[in-house]
Design a protein around this ligand. Sequence first.
Ligand code: MG
Ligand code: ZN
Length: 243
Amino acid sequence: MKIKVMDNLLKANDVIAQNNRALFEAHNVFVVNLMSSPGSGKTSLLEKTAGLLPEDVKLGVIEGDIETAEDAKRMEKAGIPVVQIQTGSACHLDANMIAGALEEFDLAPIDILVIENVGNLVCPAEFRVGEDHKAMILSVTEGAEKPLKYPLMFHESSLCVINKIDLAPYCDFDMEKARENARHSSPDLDIIELSCRTGEGLEKWVEWLLAKRNAYLSGVKPPPFAPPHGHGGKAHEHTHPHT
Ligand code: MG
Ligand code: ZN
């Protein structure tokens, strides 16, 4: 019975996600759902991104956090239009939360919207919010085995950014192993190595964003929603409440 409930919940979520996507399309906004564990560098990456995009490509951000508006403050400081979602107890963003944030968000001037999900390698991957792509960050301090432990997030993502490469020598991070493990879950996964701190590799992330946005503008749209989320289409059971 619990699985049944979760199934319905995901289906209801997908209906709202479709509505969100329609709204994005009406404004020609290309949308990335950015996921990672806490502290991997989602906010740092976004802080750097706005200044690296061409002047005529405007970035907007929706911040998802359980508490606080710290990350939204950082976006504002970087001159990025932002709406903060405080999820209260929920450990992921869902389509309904994004629909609520969109009531506050003027999409008209925005070209690329990045939704920074709650820091969590598990359930954010299960919920569509209307994005064109999911992308994720794995930082070298987390270890090269994470793709094997959290395969769904890697499977659902189009891109895996490997951040903090400047720290790789200090934490015995095996880059080749990490790439191999990530592609095990997702053979077509794009992988970009970078360091938000030193700036190395950031241009590759910006190139990826612009290339995917160009594809989107030229009519390459994500496939219509299929049965939920890999794993044989079976929704995941959760031991924590998803309200
Ligand atoms: Mg953050
Ligand atoms: Zn959750």
